[in-house]
Each structure stands twice: as C-alpha cells, then as structure tokens.
Design a protein around this ligand. Structure first.
Ligand SMILES: [Zn+2]
Length: 300
C-alpha cells in the first residue's frame, strides 16, 4: 500500500513539475511580448501573443529570449521552399520589427502549407529594448557585421578600422560570431537549411538581393537596387559563404510604419516571388498559397 501511495505521489509531483514548466515557458514568451508591445506602438500584446512561439531556445547577450515561430509546409509538399525570416537585427530599426509582426500575423491567419517558414521577428532584442534603441546589441556589436566574411583582403575588424572610420554603430566585434544573436542565425542556417533568407531593415526604402535566383523587381513600393555587401554582413555570409540567397528588405523609415496597403502589397509580392522564382528545381507548389488569402485580406 505504501508503495502505491509513493508511486501516486511521484506521479502527482511529475504532473506538477510538467505544469510548472509549461507555465514558465509561456510566462517567458508572455513577458517578452509585453516588453515588445510596450516598446512598439504598432505591435499589440495580442498580436504578439497570438503567435505560437517556441519555448525559447536562444537568448541575447543580456539574456532576453530570441523568439522563434515556425509554420511548416504540408506533409504532401515535397522539398518545400524554406524561408528564414529575420526582423530587427538592428535594434533601432523599429519598423522592421513591427512590419515583421504584421506579416507574421497574416501568415498565422492564412498559412496554407505550400511553403515552410521560420521567423525570428526580433533578432536583436537588447538593441530594441534599450532607451534609446540602438543598432548594436548589448555588447555594442553591429550584428550585421559579425558573421563569417567571404574571402577578402580585409577582415570585418580591419575593414571597420580602415574603411568605416571606426564608427561605433558599425563595430563588428573582435571576431566573427562573437555574439550570441549572430550565432543563433548561423546555427539556424545550418539546422534549418533555408532556400532563401529574408532580412528586414530600414530606412533605405529599397529591395536588395544577393544570390543566383532571379530577384523580384519590386516588393510593393520598394524597387530592386543593389547596395552590395559588407564584410561580416548577413548578405555577405548568407550568399558568398553559405550559398543561400539573401533578400534584404529596406523599409523607407525606421520610425514610421508603411501604410497598411503597402505592408500588404509587399507581402503579396514576396509570396508571389516565393511561389514562382524561389522554388527548388522541378518543384511546383500545389493548391492555393498565402498570396491568395492575403489578397482578400488586403482589400480592407
Ligand atoms: Zn539595418
């Protein structure tokens, strides 16, 4: 009898531990959603907490969770396009985080399963949550200069010293991947093996593309213009080191949101491009995709 009671007690304790772990997880995501919605007028707590984020696996330099959400392709879609989508690698480009949340909510409502998406809506939480927000992370490193560079005469650090006038905003760190946030992206590229990486920035108001696929001519109001890459940037690393095409979306303003119409048009153009041009060889997506659903949504 005593054994049975002990077993029952153990089972009960087990259940309690499990319940506590789940509560803790959702608390951690909920706290992050609270911080983000307090910081960004354009992202409500509801918009953030609507998303089924992973239990946090990765943390920033100052121990903030780096949120991840995944929308899998349907099991019937063979070799789907996989899109790694990154917002807010620069913490002071607030619109890049807000617009990424808008698109994430669109996908959350209309995901058809034609493609596979992995979202990091805020890659640099420390930069965004600082007052004032900063481009760099908590270690004052520009994450978009902290990746492994393609072969070049100058290392990212030498380039910064000799060509970038040692401007603090562009400090690449002592060595590539010194920062937890850039390591996360590096790890995801290796684990997730994206077909294409989409990274959202501001305020150049253009679309840039590094890769062998035919880029879109425009996304909504943004037209294609090649800016080139810097040693240690994600575009440089993604395409020239890892051979994964990188689309860089540069919104027109860091602190002003595009119109709802433009946010919708950019998404429609992006999904159309994914459907037509980003497919792996001999792959045609079946059924409807996110574009059709969004077209209806965007009419409002
Ligand atoms: Zn940027």
């Amino acid at each position: 009898m005593r054994v049975i009671v002990s077993l029952l007690a153990l089972l009960l304790i087990g259940t309690q531990v499990q319940a506590a772990a789940q509560t803790e997880t959702s608390d951690e995501v909920a706290q992050m959603c609270k911080k983000i919605s307090d910081r960004l007028a354009s992202v409500s707590y509801k918009e953030c907490s609507n998303i089924q984020f992973y239990q946090p696996r990765f943390y920033s330099a100052s121990n903030q969770p780096i949120l991840e959400a995944h929308y899998a392709a349907k099991p019937g879609v063979k070799n789907p396009v996989r899109i790694l989508f990154i917002g807010g690698i620069h913490g002071d480009e607030l619109s890049s985080v807000s617009v990424t949340f808008k698109w994430l909510n669109t996908l959350n409502q209309h995901h058809s399963g034609s493609f596979d998406w992995h979202f990091l809506p805020l890659a640099n939480p420390d930069g965004l949550l600082r007052r004032p927000a900063t481009r760099v992370n908590a270690n004052n490193v520009d994450l978009n200069r902290n990746f492994i560079p393609a072969a070049a005469k100058l290392t990212p650090l030498e380039y910064w010293q000799q060509e970038a006038s040692k401007r603090k905003r562009y400090y690449p760190g002592e060595k590539p991947l010194s920062e937890p946030e850039s390591k996360v992206i590096h790890t995801l590229i290796d684990e997730y093996k994206p077909t294409v990486i989409v990274s959202v920035h501001a305020p150049h108001g253009i679309l840039d593309f590094d890769g062998d696929k035919q880029p879109p001519e425009k996304l909504g109001p943004l037209y294609l213009r090649h800016l080139g890459t810097y040693p240690g940037s994600l575009g440089n690393y993604g395409w020239y080191v890892k051979n994964v095409p990188v689309m860089t979306i540069e919104l027109p303003y860091a602190g002003i949101m595009p119109s709802a119409g433009d946010i919708s048009r950019m998404w429609v153009d992006l999904v159309r491009w994914v459907r037509v041009k980003a497919q792996p060889e001999s792959q045609v997506a079946d059924g409807t995709d996110e574009k059709g659903a969004v077209s209806v949504h965007s009419g409002k």
